[in-house]
Structure formats: C-alpha cells, structure tokens
Ligand binder design. Structure first.
Ligand code: PEP
Ligand code: MG
Length: 578
C-alpha cells in the first residue's frame, strides 16, 4: 500500500472482473449465526424469547420497507412486505412454538428445522414463483436467528444506494446474489483470478479486485472507493483529480465495448483464414442471455454445480431437466457442453455434510464423489439424457485423473441411457462424451485418453494450480498462476497434439482462454475452441481478427523453447505490437 494524504490510499490486488466502478464503501462482514442445539428447561421463557425475536425482526423489516418505499418505490418495497407476511404466518409460527414445547429444544434449533421444512416444500413446487418464496423464507430465518443470537445482521438486501462491497471474501453464491442495481463493484482481501467468486463477477459484469490482502482493514463504511477491475487497483478516498481521470477511463471503457459489440455476429477468423470457435462459460440458465448478447457461438462449459449450491437439498431430476432443456433450447441447435457436478474446492454443498478435509482442492470431490455417491450422479445423468433431444448436448466429466475413472463414469452414463430407452423415453443418439483436462496426469497421458474420449476441454484454472502446486484461492501464491510458463504451454501442446492425432476436437474453458496475452499462443498451439466468460468474447474476437495463425505458430515454436514466463510475455508483446 502506498499512502497519499490522510486516509487516502491505493491498494493493489488482482484484476478479477473488468470495468471501473466508484461509490461509497459498504463493508460486508458476515455475521456468525452458528448455534448449538440445546435442550431447555423453561419452555415458557424460550417461547417468549422466540416471540421477542419475531417482534424485533418485524420492527427492523418495517424500517427497511419504509426506507425502500421512499428511496426506490413500491415495487422494490414489495419484497420486504412479503418478508413481513412470512413473519406473521400463523402456520409457521405455531409450528415453531409447538416444536419448542414438544421437543424442549432451544428456539434457534426449532426455527432452523421448521423453517427448513417450509423451504424444502416451496423448493419442490412446480411453479417458479412459489419456488422463489423459498429464498424469502431463508432470508427471514436468517434475520430472526440474528435477533435470537443478538448478532447484527448485515444483509446485502438492505442496500438502498450505490455501493462498492468490501469483504474479506465472497462465496460464489454470495456473489451471484448481489443486486446489480446497487452493487457497482466489489473488493476482497483474499481470492485469486480463478476463484469462483471472481468468475461469477465476470459473468455478472461487476467490476472487481480481489486479493488486496488489507481492504477490510483499510476501508471504513462510507469511504469513497474506486475499483479498477482492469488494472487491479483500489483507490480509497482519492483526490478530485483521480476521480476525474477515472470517470474518463470509465467512459473510454464503455466506448470500447460499443465498438466490440459490432462484432457480435461475426465469425472469428484469423487474417490467414483460420477459424476458431468462441464459446461462453455459464453457471445458470440466467447467464444464457448475456452469452448470446456477447456473440458466443456455443456454450463451452456449463458449470452445473451452481444448480446445487445455495439450496437446502439436492435439486430434483425434474428441476435439473428443466434447466438443461432451457439452455439447450436457448442455444438453438448450437453446441452446449454440460459438465457433470464438480463440487468441492471453493464450491461447497453444506447439505451433503461431507467431512472437512485438509486439502479440499485435492480431496474427495467432483467425479470422485459422483462415482461414490452414484444416486446423485445418476439423477443428473437422467436429467441430462432426457434433455438431450432439445439441442446439441455434449457431456463432460470434471477432474478426471485416470482412464479408469473416465471408463466408469461413461459406463454409468450408458446404463442410464439404456434404462431410459427401455422406459420408452427418447434420448439423442449423437451425444459426444468428453473430459476436462485439468490434472497433470491426464495431460501427460492425453494420447491414451484421446483414443476413448470424443473431445477434451483444458481446464487451466486447475491444471495450473496442480502443475505449479499453488492454491488458486491463495493470493500469497498467486504469482505462481503462470499461464504463459513454458511448462504449462508444453502440457497444453501435448493435449492438443494428442487430440488432433486421433481427429478429436480440443477446447479450453479455463480463464486462460480469454486472456489477451495467452490468445496468440493458444492460436499458435492450434486449439479448436476457446470458451470464456461471456464478457471477454468480443474483445477476444476483435484480437483474433487481427492475428495470423502462421505467425502465431512461429511465436509458439520459440515460446516452447524458452525458460521463463517473462521471456514468453516479452515474445508475445514483440509479435503482437508490431
Ligand atoms: C478449470 O479448472 O479450468 C475450470 C474451467 O473449471 P473450474 O474453474 O470450475 O474449476
Ligand atoms: Mg476445474
């Protein structure tokens, strides 16, 4: 950190999501709402404690509702009205009271389990509107719990003005729930460019700087903050001069985006006539619209785990079927690569109650978990297979480390396919089945895998963290996230060459695919498809339209013989700035 004058400072972090945002800081410190399940002696006292928490939560909500009405109008205030109605619902309140009386458990536990039943009930309803009510009950439960525990409830839904969120960390689902109307940007102490909260921020077009190490220490509520998601800088209470400069940078960025938008329907072809497919990475069907508006030709990675996160229980087969069908239909016959559940690492499913692990990124996760918990895996496969007739589906398995894993995963898929066909349900007969190449053993053995898979997609976010032994979530080792390191380039080359020898296509869906410095190298290496955050597509297209494949092949030949990342970066700069 370098200081200017009093309380004016500049923090350096990792540019996680492009764009520039400026607003007042809003510190989001997650309250600790943990509690123990306890048996109580005095039932009457416990019921009174519960009723008093309900009264206080109501008062708080009335204040928020009135504030929302004044600031934002009746429309936005309606959500708090709905929360107040939940707090007056005799069914819910009586059941919680009865539960305290009959089981003699503390109010926190009764609230958690009875409200949990209501949440599950609503989530299972067919009607979308009713399903969304589950989220409202979850919010209300949190609010009442905070009053029972006497903990201040900081809730992003209370934000009624434009802000920059300042947090130690944000989970991917926290990020997905940020309200775009008010949250202009965010900055966090920890995290890296490939942590999933950064990935979600990019898909929502929220400028973000992560891994600043000290943002929560340095920034107070109400400080004026500029987040520069292009350079990875955060200004705290900057001078008027800097504000003026950054307003100009912001306007320039918008102008640049308008120029790129003209390329939305263009094919991505190099100056010497080589075509590359540009695809989008999505996390939910809601991302589809942005993917289409940004000129994606295909969906190169649908991260299905977001369907499973922020829920109380596993999504049903029907719920998944609807989501997959929506994406396949939305893409209108174009390729949609759906990745089977890749839970683990920074993507947790609390309701699975898996034991805590020392090294979650190296643990019992993704395909390892699916092959063990086959019920969950088979439900997902059935939903996918049923949806397969709605478009051009390709299925991809994550975290494959051995050929045995791939064979097992595929065998289960074949079994489910047979079952469905015997039940008279139609399934597409042209579904390609491929794998993510994100574990070094698989990259090294790509020649063997290539004989059995239909395609590869290189997951550099993990491939780099495993090759360099550097946790992608840890900002202290983020200097080891080195996509242009010759070691990484050689691994990528092995995978591409192996695939092409077997006439299989190979793409990349890690963040490297949308990286301006990496793109010339990936073109030279011969990737067939690049799949990236939707907001990177048009920029990548405008860059590729100016490059020659032949020249990039020459660049790669030299880069593969270099010894450091900085040598490679210099070589890329030399060729592309000519
Ligand atoms: C990757 O590892 O590169 C990848 C695309 O998957 P995820 O970021 O979801 O781990
Ligand atoms: Mg991965």
């Amino acid at each position: 950190m370098s200081s200017f004058t009093n309380r004016t400072a500049l923090l350096n972090g990792i540019a996680a999501s492009s764009g520039i945002a400026m607003a007042k800081a809003y510190r989001l410190v997650e309250p600790d709402l943990s509690f123990e399940k306890k048996m109580i002696e005095d039932i009457e006292k416990e019921i009174q404690r519960f009723q008093s928490a309900i009264r206080n939560a109501k008062k708080e909500l009335e204040q928020i509702r009135d504030g929302a009405k004044n600031e934002l109008g009746d429309d936005k205030a309606a959500i708090f009205e709905a929360h107040l109605l939940i707090l007056s619902d005799p069914d819910l309140l009586d059941q919680i009271g009865d539960n305290i009386k009959t089981t003699k458990i503390n109010a926190e536990s009764a609230l958690h389990s009875i409200a949990g039943r209501f949440i599950t009930l609503f989530e299972q309803m067919d009607n979308e509107y009713m399903k969304e009510r589950a989220a409202d009950i979850r919010d209300v439960r949190k609010r009442v719990l905070s009053h029972l525990l006497g903990v201040k409830n900081v809730n992003p839904s209370m934000i009624m003005e434009e802000v920059i969120i300042v947090a130690e960390d944000l989970t991917p689902s926290d990020t997905a729930q940020l309200n775009r109307t008010f949250v202009k940007g965010f900055t966090t102490d920890i995290g890296g460019r490939t942590s999933h909260s950064a990935i979600v921020a990019r898909s929502m077009e929220i400028p973000a700087v992560v891994g600043t190490k000290t943002a929560t220490e340095e920034i107070s509520n109400g400080d004026f903050v500029i987040v520069d998601g292009l350079k990875g800088e955060v200004f705290i209470n900057p001078s008027q001069e800097i504000v003026t400069q950054y307003k100009k940078n912001q306007a320039d960025f918008e102008t640049q985006k308008e120029a790129w938008i003209k390329l939305v329907n263009e094919k991505t072809v190099t100056t010497d006539g080589h075509y590359v497919e540009l695809a989008a990475n999505i996390g939910t069907p809601k991302d589809l619209d942005r993917a289409i508006r940004n000129g994606s030709e295909a969906i190169g990675l649908y991260r299905t785990e977001f369907l499973y996160m922020d829920k109380e229980q596993l999504p049903s087969e029907e719920e998944q079927y609807q989501a997959y069908k929506e994406v396949l239909e939305g893409k209108n016959g174009k390729t949609v690569v759906v990745r089977t559940l890749d839970i683990g690492g920074d993507k947790e499913l609390p309701y699975l109650n898996l034991p805590k692990e020392m090294n979650p990124f190296l643990g019992f996760r993704a395909i390892r978990l699916c092959l063990e918990e086959q019920g969950m895996y088979r439900t997902q496969l059935r939903a996918l297979l049923r949806a397969s007739t709605a478009g051009n589906l390709k299925i991809m398995f994550p975290m494959i480390a051995t050929l045995d894993e791939f064979r097992q995963a595929k065998a289960v898929l074949e079994e489910e396919k047979k079952k469905l066909v015997s039940e008279g349900i139609s399934v597409s007969d042209s579904i390609e089945v491929g794998i993510m190449v994100e574990i070094p053993s698989t990259a090294i053995l790509a020649d063997q895998f290539a004989k059995e898979v239909d395609f590869f997609s290189i997951g550099t976010n993990d491939l780099i963290q495993y090759t360099m032994a550097a946790d992608r979530m840890n900002e202290r080792v983020s200097y080891l996230y080195q996509p242009y390191n010759p070691a990484i380039l050689r691994l990528i080359k092995m995978v591409i060459d192996a695939a092409h020898r077997e006439r299989k296509w190979v793409g990349m869906c890690g963040e490297m695919a949308g990286d301006e410095t990496a793109i010339p190298l990936l073109l030279g290496l011969g990737l067939d498809e690049l799949s990236m955050s939707a907001t990177s597509i048009l920029k990548a297209r405008s860059q590729i339209l100016r490059l020659s494949k032949k020249e990039m092949e020459g660049l790669v030949e030299k880069a593969l013989q270099m010894s450091t990342t900085s040598d490679v970066m210099a070589a890329v700069a030399e060729v592309t700035n000519k």
